[in-house]
Design a binder for this molecule. Structure first.
Ligand code: FAD
Length: 397
């Protein structure tokens, strides 16, 4: 009998396992991951940005955990010798009518206790000589890291502390008997006192296996990227972002430099036809039918069809994608970028068609479920894990 079973070997599941073993040294803990390796989904396919927390509603989990998480992550990387860099970023207004939004964002950054600075075109030119804009915000605390490496370091600590990692072990059913849960997989059953669901793109399904009514469903949004050809990397020094759409802060392609020195452009956001569909042509009948029969998604689509069409256009046409990039860096040409692998965001949508904005964590009888952990959850993974460990400790001792 285990004390804790954690479902999902992504950065959130591994951080949670690490936090549980820190609170309960010697506890019996197992992490179950369906893939043959760790961090194969969102954790291994993202922009690698240590977010500062400027965008998020003051007082939200996102605002709190992002700021705390960025600090904790940097400390962790420093201690463990994981490469990272606090290179800062600029958020650029390219048109006059974006100035009020930029002003609001600056205000929000101050409310969130961040060091943010409004700058004009001249200072922007000093920071990013090839970017163009009418004004910008400089966020010095933003950084870059490889989250897969961070997740692997969390996994090493879990093992050092006596936790077990079982890859290639997909959870198929769950039953609860009094004070225990029984998790059945293709590789046998695991009994535990408590369960933590960090299954990312499948977290709603795992919650349903526990008969936890979530009122939400995960909808996959594929994010496609291009890479600047090595001879064009000089166009971007660090991170260049557009002013976000307040309704869809994850929209708007941007430029990010990776710790390996690549410069990536993207991601866009198109509805995925498969929860793990990394290629445009990937299709999964179960996922597709579930999307098609979810009225909330139709409500969302009806309200935002124009935005959705723009994203589809940017997905189908390289020219349209590059036009988005040229708003920030006018010198980028179509032949300067090559497509690279995409990522898929697990975004929870409520039954009324609203996107769940904040991180969402729900509790079942003997379980805790992470139902919405989109960006910046990789940055915030350490405090998210600590929060879950604290909730479990308060309930189960
Ligand atoms: C395109 C993109 C860009 C992003 N950019 C950033 C960024 O720059 N900065 C940032 O902070 N965040 C970013 N994010 C968000 C960040 O990557 C995620 O918030 C984070 O990785 C979520 O981690 P997770 O552990 O919850 O999910 P995942 O990494 O998806 O892990 C979930 C795991 O659960 C496993 N699983 C699922 N079902 C089962 C089952 N039945 N049995 C066993 N195992 C199961 C999966 O195989 C998977 O490994 C981005 C995300 C995307 C997609």
């Amino acid at each position: 009998m285990f004390d804790f079973v954690v479902i999902g070997g992504g950065i959130v599941g591994l951080s949670t396992a690490m936090a549980l073993l820190e609170r309960h040294p010697g506890a019996r803990l197992v992490v179950l991951e369906k893939e043959e390796g760790l961090a194969r989904h969102q954790t291994g396919h993202n922009s690698g940005v240590i977010h500062s927390g400027i965008y998020y509603k003051p007082g939200s989990f996102k605002a709190r955990f992002c700021k705390e998480g960025a600090r904790a992550l940097v400390e962790f990387c420093r201690e463990r010798g994981i490469e990272y860099e606090i290179c800062g970023k600029v958020i650029v207004a390219t048109e006059q009518d974006e100035l009020p939004l930029l002003e609001n964002l600056h205000e929000r950054g101050l409310q969130n206790g961040l060091e943010v600075e409004k700058i004009g075109p001249e200072e922007l030119g000093e920071i990013e000589p090839h970017a163009s804009g009418v004004a910008a915000i400089r966020v010095p605390s933003t950084g870059i890291v490889d989250f897969k490496r961070v997740a692997e370091a969390f996994a090493a600590i879990v093992q050092e502390q006596g936790g077990e990692l079982r890859t290639g072990t997909e959870v198929e059913s769950i039953s609860e008997t009094g004070h225990a849960v029984v998790v059945r997989t293709g590789k046998g059953a695991f009994r535990a006192r408590t369960l933590v669901n960090c299954a990312g793109l499948h977290s709603d399904r795992v919650a349903r296996l526990c008969r936890v009514e979530t009122g939400t469903k995960i909808v996959p949004f594929r994010g496609e990227y291009y890479e600047l050809k090595p001879e064009k990397r000089y166009l971007v020094k660090n991170l260049i972002y557009p002013v976000p759409n307040p309704n869809f802060p994850f929209l708007g392609v941007h430029f990010t430099r990776s710790v390996e020195g690549m410069v990536e452009a993207g991601p866009n956001a198109v509805l995925g036809l498969a929860r793990e569909g990394y290629k445009k042509t990937d299709f999964d009948l179960t996922d597709f039918v579930e999307e098609l029969t979810y009225p909330a998604l139709w409500r969302l689509a009806k309200k935002n069809w124009r935005t959705g069409l723009g994203e589809i256009q940017r997905s189908l046409s390289k020219k349209a994608f590059v036009r988005g990039l040229q708003r920030l860096v006018p010198e980028v040409e179509e032949e300067d970028v090559i497509p690279i692998s995409a990522g898929v965001r697990a975004q929870a949508i409520r039954s009324d068609g609203a996107l769940v904005d904040d991180f969402l964590i729900a509790e079942g009888t003997n379980s805790v479920h992470v139902l919405n952990a989109p960006s910046p959850a990789a940055t915030a993974s350490i405090p998210i894990g600590q929060e879950i460990a604290a909730r479990l400790s308060a309930r189960f001792g």
